[in-house]
Design a binder for this molecule. Structure first.
Ligand code: ADP
Ligand code: GN1
Ligand code: MG
Length: 371
């Protein structure tokens, strides 16, 4: 899927939300792979304010009202927690939904598309890659704290917005099917990647087996803890808000930690066209371990979970590689791409990271044991 410009229905969508003033600018924003995100500014007598408008990807998220019910519950809960712990000013900067005029958490456009609006979090930014240990420690601490804040979310189990999202065995089987069906005749070109994936089939059951045996347990998790899903203060670099709440649902803390390893303990961007640039960066891994275990969630993790922090990094990198390869074989129907081989670049660079983590297992275990 390629990136879209501002759609013609935008003014009608904006009118569905109770925003003060006149729309003065709107432009695509951010580098997420899933939703269509725009930053829009409104001017009124009291000044200018910005908002984030997102058209939620309805191809991927089948039940958007259910997803938005999750987002509404989670944002309200987090705001209350932050208000109690850090006061009103901090609570004002967490992810905050602007309900539509009819009171719903979203509005629909003429084509049936689902839109939501958030207050723009000012004075903060996201990074697509971690460049220093302080940033890694900060992000890991923030995601750990976020998870702890959700431990007492009232209102029952959250909706599963994408069933089997991190069920790595299902991701593996999806790849196998894509290879067999080969709908756009790309399998021959990616034999080496397919072989790499198939050779590690047993890994796909790693955490599922521990879960089935009751050695690790399910909790409410974020499930997409890549580094550009946390907003950092422009001045202090400290976390302002965890964002991208579309996949918050029951999951494993190890999925969240593993995804941090993939995006925050790596030497280059996930889509670096040269996989040789990709390897695990051990000082960043150490900073993640320290940040995560040092946060409130550290006290909740059991010995099995701790022992699998390194494996989780490998598993989530492998899983993302499987998903990119599957999307490439299916003709690029899931992720936004910027060029025809984008998913293949992403896959190869993920697999390079998997290989690097495999070679660093002993060092990574030692880091966890000494933390
Ligand atoms: P996707 O699911 O496509 O990744 P995100 O919700 O992560 O969508 O948003 C994409 C990007 O937009 C983020 O990485 C961030 O840079 C920016 N963004 C999202 N929400 C806000 C917000 N409330 N304030 C400022 N920037 C935001
Ligand atoms: C997507 O939405 P975004 O860009 O934060 C994807 C993640 C992948 C990631 C790979 C809902 O995340 O699962 O790990 O791309 N989100 C969804 O970069 O599929
Ligand atoms: Mg995102």
């Amino acid at each position: 899927m390629s990136h879209s410009p501002v759609p013609p229905e935008f003014p009608a969508v904006a009118a569905a939300f109770p925003l003060e003033g006149r729309l003065v600018s709107v432009a695509p924003h951010g580098s997420g792979h899933i939703n269509e995100t725009y930053a829009a500014a409104f001017a009124s007598a009291s000044g200018q304010r910005r908002y984030i408008f997102q058209k939620v990807n309805h191809r991927i998220f089948k039940d958007v009202p259910a997803l938005m019910d999750n987002v509404r519950r989670v944002t309200a809960h987090i705001a209350a927690k932050v208000r109690a712990a850090a006061g009103e000013a901090a609570a004002a900067r967490v992810l905050t939904l602007v309900p539509a005029r009819d009171g719903r958490a979203f509005a629909q456009d003429v084509g049936g598309g689902f839109w939501r609006v958030y207050d723009f979090i000012e004075g903060a930014h996201t990074v697509d890659r971690v460049t220093n240990e302080a940033q890694a420690r900060e992000a890991a601490g923030a995601f750990g704290e976020f998870q702890a804040q959700l431990a007492d979310l009232p209102g029952g189990r959250l909706h599963e917005t994408i069933p089997n999202f991190h069920h790595t065995r299902s991701r593996f089987e999806a790849l196998r099917r894509a290879v067999q069906e080969d709908p756009v005749q790309r399998a021959a070109e990616v034999r080496a990647e397919i072989e790499f994936a198939f050779a590690r089939e047993a890994d796909s059951d790693g955490l599922l087996t521990l879960l089935a045996r009751g050695e690790i347990s399910e909790r409410v998790t974020h499930n997409d803890t890549k580094i550009n899903n946390v907003m950092l203060d422009d001045t202090t670099g400290r976390t302002v808000a965890v964002i991208d709440l579309d996949t918050i649902m029951p999951g494993l803390p190890l999925y969240d930690f593993g995804e941090m390893v993939r995006t925050s303990a790596s030497s280059t961007m996930e889509d670096d066209p040269d996989p040789a640039n990709m390897h695990v960066v051990l000082p960043l891994f150490r900073a993640l371990v320290e940040g995560y275990l040092g946060s409130e969630v550290g006290a909740v993790l059991n010995a099995t979970e701790r022992a699998h922090l390194g494996f989780a990094g490998k598993l989530m990198t492998y899983e993302n590689g499987l998903r990119f390869l599957t999307d490439y074989l299916q003709g690029d129907t899931y992720y936004k791409i910027k060029h025809p081989r984008h998913n293949l670049d992403r896959c190869r660079t993920q697999f390079a990271l998997v290989r690097s983590i495999e070679g660093a297992q002993a060092e990574m275990s030692a880091i966890v044991e000494n933390s």
